[in-house]
Design a protein around this ligand. Structure first.
Ligand code: ADP
Ligand code: MG
Length: 695
């Protein structure tokens, strides 16, 4: 077997490979492109394409694809082979510079929210040279952005790259003000912790709800769930261990820094965390990780569920987006540092995040909004739908001392002045204890914990980068014209703490009382996706995105449409699946069971035996069946009615208010029915069967 160090990145056309295979001059030009984000000239592109093709063919690839992330949330690829015919009737393997830098997938059926209709029917993909090409299943994949001919973003990567550029621009202004002349750019970094479920394929195949919607739409609670907390960090089962080993191998070959893995709280639930990297690369890697998890699970006779809430009453799966800002010289700008100077710079960056999260809590919330994640947020397993920020007691006290111009701690006699005093050290791991906060400072980075497991991290980081860029812009505007830099800096920090401390909450986010307190503080509580989405197109937010050239107004409206429509579609598919399962399996099973009970009762009666059990059970089954029959009719009428709304917002709200509650009623009755039916007559594997299916 190959050593991990040799295997790592073996399927990636990375810097080391480029250096080996490209002429020095071309490599230098490409390196420059990667740093600046500018496009590569045709000649250089041709040389790179050729080298890439030769490398890929040596590794067994026959096809290439522009790999991109349309608004569907999953990645898209269309394979083209390298072969080109020659005059003598043979073929050669070809790949031009043009094919490398630009592609034209026939993409007319990707969601565009009406964008493409107004311009050209087709979009094009453009190479993102900062994310390396890689080989997956014999196909050379080139990470690309996807735009319309009018230049509008049709994917998740384009706005992310724009937001990285925005925060780079503004953070560099701040760094120059602090006298930093050696950093040439600033990038945000992300390490996404990924949760998932692994279940046996045989169980999965028997559940149409899992197959069609990724989550169970029916299912009564298993006698044993997560009550004993015996799964969390418990020993990993052999089959799962083999899966994890295989997955790691695949990810390492793709240059993904998969680092830690452990069991999570729920039975059959696990987590994988990579080592953090530059945000756009982390986003690509996370998409690949999710894809690989599903592929590798299949190989092991299992299915990997990435849905946010596959099982009711059992913890769902999230994704923790660890986020920070770093210079190209390797300085983490959210690292408090040791000197008054470093502390002051840290405090300013910290304040930009505090202000951003407060002023743009709506966008932060929207970035984690999806039909699936609505089941998780606020369900005492994930943060509530209210955005707040955890800083830890020590840091909060320091900020309070600055705000109130008071002495900090017992030892400190003087007032705490930014840029003059050294911040007291606060223990790092103490800041990580609070697991209930949606947005927690963990010593030198923030952990945004609202994301659902299946989400792309592109959206949340686009929002976060842009909001922080805006605050840095305002700070820089003020500081650049300041007569007394130190005084202005101190005042900005004081003012920010004073005006935005309402977003800081170090207590238990799962507590009922927090929601009341949050309301008093005037924080938003956007419970569902349709509640949150309208904020995307508020005047304030359109302004923000326009200022930083991350989204045009048109692009924002198109995203609003896509997201609203997607919500209704997801609920519609779930409702249809419920109808299908109820009519085809559940009601007929109940009917057959009813007949069995009748037969048994009649037979027993003829023998003069007592039939209480049969007749009582029959009564319960019959009355539940009657209720279910009527509810399923109601659902069908709802589904029809939803189609007549003619407006995405109305339809989504109808789905949320009416369809959703009828689905919940139907589910409650079906789950009750499941509990009084013998297991061999119930048409589906139970929660217990599924959750404990992997031995
Ligand atoms: P914990 O396990 O206590 O949550 P870790 O330090 O292991 O803390 O971090 C968890 C995740 O955060 C990992 O993916 C890690 O790579 C990532 N991370 C660490 N530092 C940074 C950073 N500066 N920027 C972004 N992510 C980071
Ligand atoms: Mg963590």
């Amino acid at each position: 077997m190959k050593k991990v160090t040799e295997e790592f990145g073996s399927m990636v056309f990375d810097e080391r490979t480029m250096k080996e295979r490209l002429p020095k001059e071309t490599f230098k030009r490409l390196e420059k492109t990667m740093k600046s984000g500018k496009s590569l000239d045709v000649n250089a592109a041709t040389i790179v394409a050729n080298a890439m093709k030769d490398w890929a063919i040596e590794k067994g690839a026959t096809h290439y694809t522009h790999w991109f992330q349309p608004m569907t949330g999953i990645t898209a690829e269309k394979h083209d082979s390298f072969i080109a015919p020659t005059a003598d009737g043979k073929v050669i393997m070809e790949f031009s510079g043009k094919e490398l830098v630009r592609g034209e997938p026939d993409a007319s059926s990707f969601p565009s929210g009406g964008l493409r209709a107004t311009f050209e029917a087709r979009g094009y993909t453009a190479w993102d040279p900062t994310s390396f090409a890689f080989i997956k299943d014999g196909v050379l994949c080139i990470p690309t952005a996807f735009c319309s001919y009018g230049g509008q973003a049709l994917d998740k990567k384009t706005p992310l790259l724009r937001s990285m550029e925005a925060i780079n621009r503004q953070a560099m202004r701040i760094l120059r003000l602090f006298g930093n002349t050696d950093a040439t750019c600033v990038k945000t970094t992300v390490g996404p912790e990924q949760e998932y479920f692994l279940i046996d394929e045989k169980m999965y195949e028997k559940r149409r709800d899992l197959i069609y919607t990724g989550r169970t739409l029916f299912g009564s609670k298993a006698p044993k769930g997560q009550e004993l907390d015996d799964h969390y960090f418990g020993s990993i089962k052999t089959r799962v261990q083999e899966f994890m080993k295989d997955l790691n191998d695949e990810l390492w070959q793709l240059g993904i820094l998969a680092k830690t893995e452990h069991n999570e709280v729920a039975p059959a639930q696990h987590e994988l965390a990579p080592i953090f990297t530059t945000t756009n690369i982390a986003a690509d890697h996370n998409q690949l990780t999710m894809e690989m998890m599903q592929k590798v699970a299949k190989r092991h006779g299992m299915v990997c569920l990435l849905s946010e809430k596959p099982f009711a009453g059992v913890n769902g799966s999230g994704k923790h987006n660890n986020w920070s800002i770093s210079t190209d010289t390797g300085v983490n700008l959210l690292e408090p540092g040791d000197t008054p100077f470093e502390n002051a710079q840290f405090l300013l960056f910290l304040c930009s995040v505090i202000k951003a999260v407060d002023e743009y809590q709506d966008l932060i919330r929207i970035s984690a909004a999806s039909a699936g994640n609505d089941h998780r947020l606020g369900a005492a397993e994930a943060p509530p739908a209210v955005v707040s920020m955890f800083l830890g007691d020590e840091l909060t006290e320091i900020l309070e001392a600055i705000e109130k111009e008071e002495a900090y701690g017992a030892r400190e006699k003087e007032l705490l002045r930014v840029g003059v005093h050294v911040l007291p050290k606060f223990p790092k791991d103490a800041t990580d204890r609070n697991r209930t906060s949606p947005f927690a400072f963990t010593g030198n980075k923030f952990e945004f914990r609202m994301l659902g497991s299946s989400a792309s991290v592109s959206g949340p980081n686009t929002m976060l980068n842009t909001a922080v860029a805006e605050e840095l812009r305002l700070f820089a505007d003020e500081l650049e014209v300041a007569e007394d830099f130190e005084k202005t800096l101190h005042d900005i920090i004081r003012k920010t703490i004073k005006e935005h401390k309402r977003i800081i909450f170090n207590g238990n986010g799962y507590d009922e009382s927090w929601l009341k307190e949050a309301k008093k503080r005037g924080l938003l509580n956007l419970k569902t996706t349709p509640d949150a989405l309208p904020y995307l197109i508020s005047k304030k937010n359109i302004e923000l995105f326009k200022t930083h050239k991350v989204f045009t107004e048109e692009e924002l409206y198109s995203r609003y449409e896509i997201l609203m429509e997607n919500y209704s579609k997801v609920l519609g598919i779930e409702a249809l699946t419920m109808v299908d399962m109820t009519r085809k399996d559940i009601l007929p099973s109940a009917m057959r069971y009813g007949r069995e009970l009748c037969d048994a009762a009649a037979a027993k009666k003829s023998l003069g035996a007592d039939t209480t059990y049969e007749s009582e059970t029959l009564k319960t089954v019959s009355s539940l069946t009657t209720g279910i029959f009527s509810m399923v009719g109601q659902l069908e009428r709802d589904i029809e009615e939803a189609k007549t709304m003619g407006d995405v917002t109305k339809e989504a709200n109808f789905c949320k208010d009416t369809l959703f509650s009828h689905m919940a009623c139907l589910r409650a009755s079906v789950d009750e029915l499941e509990e009084c039916m013998p297991s061999d007559t119930w048409p589906y594997p139970s929660y217990g069967d599924i959750l404990f299916s992997v031995k």
